[in-house]
Design a protein around this ligand. Structure first.
Ligand code: PEP
Ligand code: MN
Length: 337
């Protein structure tokens, strides 16, 4: 952090501001110019509220040279993080392929999709048991019954499960039964929930909020990490823009940006981004080419009758054809599924 003082600030005030900075446990390096004075703050400024300095009558402006996140920051952790999801590695050259229906509808439905997805090369099974629906009149998910179905299918097919947690009330049961706990876009800034996730032993898949900036998103990961759980995977699922043709706009630039700013794996969800099944294939391929560490794809055996998100779900045959191409692209960019 650099603090620029107003022109002609007196020596007495320079020393006063320096002392203010030192009271936060920081050191100072002051450059006294003919017209203006600049004070460099040395040390960890992540927990210092710069507004405290901005309001001082002698301060012209405060400039940040360091990001406000530390544990998620690539600068302090140069190697890629590799997250282990019950034996499946994601990050650092290992790709996670998460596939399954938007919501758990029945045991037979999930079983059929899971078997097909696994045969095509998926290494994790998704399925919503608790669904965050825009309308209270839409299907809300099977709840705990849905979670039990996922567990039974895991036993039968052998794929670890990924499912969304919406309420802290179910934190214990999710910690016991779910391999990768998904936090949906709508809860990305539910800070109390994020703090509690810091206490669980399971890795977390943190989806990007509907209109969250990169920094806001990384700060949410930082909440979980600072509370004790460093196993966080970021998931881009499209953001709100002026465009209404697609459900959301997939931000592919998030992949290189996040790879630059953080060491956490980045997974792309092209299904919720485009909202249309035929957009999934090109966007999934582009995501892997751009360096994504994984994909989350909705697959349904009967999309026309799906209780949720049928329009954006791939049929198992289409998913199989897509994965054949994904494998080739992954090889080119030095990743393995
Ligand atoms: C989901 O993956 O089922 C989901 C609801 O996604 P999002 O939170 O990204 O909307
Ligand atoms: Mn969905």
């Amino acid at each position: 952090m650099i603090i620029v003082l107003k022109p002609r600030t007196t020596e007495e005030n320079i020393i006063r501001v320096e002392n203010m900075i030192k009271r936060h446990g920081l050191d100072t390096h002051t450059v006294r110019g003919a017209e203006m004075t600049i004070i460099g703050c040395i040390g960890d400024t992540t927990s210092v509220d710069s507004k405290l300095f901005e309001v001082d009558t002698c301060v012209d402006k405060v400039m940040h040279v360091q990001e406000p996140y530390k544990l998620a920051n690539r600068a302090f952790h140069p190697e890629d993080s590799v997250i282990d999801v019950s034996g499946v590695k994601i990050g650092g050259g290992h790709m996670g392929v998460i596939a399954g229906p938007c919501s758990v509808e029945s045991f037979d439905q999930v079983l059929e999709i899971a078997k097909a997805a696994k045969a095509s090369g998926a290494n994790l099974l998704r399925g919503g048991a608790f669904k965050p629906r825009t309308s209270p009149y839409s299907f809300q998910g099977l709840g705990l019954e849905g979670l039990d179905i996922l567990c039974k299918v895991r036993e039968e097919v052998g794929l670890p499960i990924v499912t969304e947690l919406m309420s802290p009330d179910y934190l214990d049961v999710f910690e016991e039964k779910v391999d990768l706990i998904q936090i949906g876009a709508r809860n990305m800034q539910n800070f109390d929930l994020l703090k509690q996730l810091g206490k669980v032993k399971r890795p977390i898949l943190l989806k990007r909020g509907l209109n969250a900036t990169y920094e806001e998103w990384i700060m949410s990961a930082e909440y979980i990490m600072a509370s004790g759980n460093e196993n966080v995977i970021l998931c881009e699922r499209g953001i709100r823009t002026f465009e209404t043709f697609t459900r959301n706009t997939l931000d592919l630039q998030s992949i290189p940006v996040l790879n630059n700013k953080t060491h956490l794996p980045v997974v792309i969800d092209p299904s919720h981004a485009g909202g249309k099944w035929w957009l999934v294939e090109p966007m999934a391929k582009a995501a892997v080419a751009a360096g994504a560490d994984g994909l989350m794809i909705e697959v349904h055996n009967n999309p026309e009758c799906a209780l949720c998100d049928g329009a954006q779900s791939l049929k198992p045959e289409k998913f199989d054809a897509l994965l054949k191409q994904i494998r080739q692209i992954a090889e080119v960019v030095g990743k393995q599924i």
